[in-house]
Design a protein around this ligand. Structure first.
Ligand SMILES: *Cc1c(COP(=O)(O)O)cnc(C)c1O
Length: 432
């Protein structure tokens, strides 16, 4: 069996780090997300080392939207990570986790005046996505008597090999300013009193399993950087965004490492900046690569049914993991309490949500499954809990963090009370 590095099989049971998943399920209940903190830290170090061994002025900004649990952000802050934040909420979470405002970049294609005011107040750089936003930011910073450093988000118009919903640098994408308009945007910024252009930013997409598109992207960025330098912009950083994927189909998918990524990108970068006579920092914003394989979703089997297919009805659905439904994404699955048994049947793992499409995994050859067994869904650390909802009246599940021999909640499971906690009773609806 091809397992993520933090998982192993011992005594027939799947383990995460030193912890038996069957014991964790008994202690904390199911469904349950479990994350290995050591793995998250190791991945951050791998990313940082891959770049800093090739270029000495590097920053890693973890993309907080992949997994914004404060405990994850704290572990990464501890490692020295900054963050790419895409909302006021993520900005606050990153600051609360102890991240230095100087190491944050506030991204987003549609920021409100309140979002921009928060960035100004907290001293966080902004990646500006339109000329309209530039005008708003200049005014808001001016009213606060501050000057904000910005980058523009460039749309490099690159085709990338990934799911269309997560290709963000296509010519037709809603993100960024077309490369052809970018010089005019910087010219406008140079004319602003309370905004100082300091960097340039792009993000070409997510779950990309080749490094070549990143080399193309950096080459577009370098080209623009040289022209911006001629224009009089002093670029302190070039931010290449995130996007390197992980092999969800272990053993089949390509498995590019951050070292592969850095060897494709850094030589193009260093040669380009040297030629342009500048020495900006190189920033990257990995999300998925850092957290995806650190986490599992443990889900309990409510019933097994032979119908059109052999359905295994479990207690986690797309309310907790939407990737299979939203992107047709593949996640490996393991029967946690029968992890050393041979496959017996072909099963489809179905969630409890009232939607035909609520399937976590289809047509998998697994050991004979019975009521009460535990199914573990692999590689769920990125865009897993982060995209969860209470759809269908389902409280979100707990999240557990393990480190060494310790295991503890990093988020309690929601209760039925949490389903109504934020609701109000309109006054004309008499209390019954
Ligand atoms: C989502 C996002 C990332 C992270 O993408 P991954 O594919 O998870 O690495 C980085 N930068 C920006 C601007 C993003 O929107």
């Amino acid at each position: 069996m091809n397992l993520p590095p933090c998982l192993s099989v011992r005594n027939g049971h799947l383990h995460i780090g030193r912890h038996d998943t069957v014991t964790l399920a008994a202690r904390f209940g199911t469904p349950l997300y479990v994350t290995d903190e050591d793995r998250v830290r190791a991945r951050y170090r791998e990313v940082h080392a891959a770049f800093s061994s090739r270029y000495d002025r590097v920053r890693v900004l973890y993309a907080a939207k992949a997994n914004g649990n404060p405990a994850i952000l704290r572990a990464l802050a501890d490692e020295g990570s900054g963050a790419d934040v895409f909302s006021a909420g993520e900005l606050i979470l990153a600051l609360e986790a102890g991240m230095d405002p100087d190491r944050l970049l506030f991204n987003g294609s549609s920021k409100s005046p309140a979002d921009l005011a928060l960035a100004v107040e907290k001293g966080v750089r902004v990646s500006v996505d339109s000329l309209d936003e530039l005008q708003s930011l200049d005014r808001i910073a001016g009213e606060a008597g501050e000057t904000v450093e910005i980058a523009f988000r460039v749309n490099p118009a690159l085709e990338v090999p990934t799911h269309p919903k997560i290709a963000t640098g296509l010519r037709t994408s809603k993100f960024g300013i077309p490369a052809s308009d970018i010089l005019a945007a910087y010219r406008a910024a140079l004319g602003c009193e309370h905004v100082r252009p300091a960097g340039i930013h792009c993000h070409i997409g997510s779950q990309i399993l080749e490094v070549e598109p990143f080399a193309r992207a950096i080459s577009v960025m370098i080209d623009l950087a040289a022209r911006l330098t001629d224009l009089g912009v002093r670029l302190r950083f070039i931010d290449l965004g995130g996007g390197l994927g992980i092999p969800y189909r272990r053993g089949t998918d390509p498995e590019p490492s951050f070292s592969d990524y850095a060897s494709a990108v850094v030589p193009v970068f260093t040669e380009g900046v040297e030629e342009a006579g500048i020495s900006p920092e190189l920033w990257v914003e990995p999300g998925r690569y850092i957290v995806a394989d650190s986490t599992i979703l443990i889900t309990g089997v409510n019933s097994v049914k032979e119908a059109h297919r052999r359905f295994v009805n479990v207690d986690a659905g797309f309310n907790l993991l939407i990737r299979p439904v939203m992107y047709g994404a593949y996640h490996g699955v393991v029967v946690a309490n029968k992890a050393d048994q041979a496959p017996a049947h072909r099963y489809t793992i179905a969630g409890p949500i009232c939607e035909t499409g609520d399937l976590l995994a289809e047509d998998r050859d697994l050991p004979a499954i019975a009521r009460g067994d535990l199914i573990v869904v692999l590689d769920t650390g990125a865009y897993g809990f982060a995209m969860s909802s209470q759809y269908n009246g389902r409280p979100r599940c707990a999240e557990v963090l393990v480190r060494g021999s310790d295991a503890a909640l990093m988020r309690r499971g929601e209760t039925m009370d949490d389903l109504i906690a934020a609701t109000e009773r309109p006054p004309w609806q008499a209390r019954r």
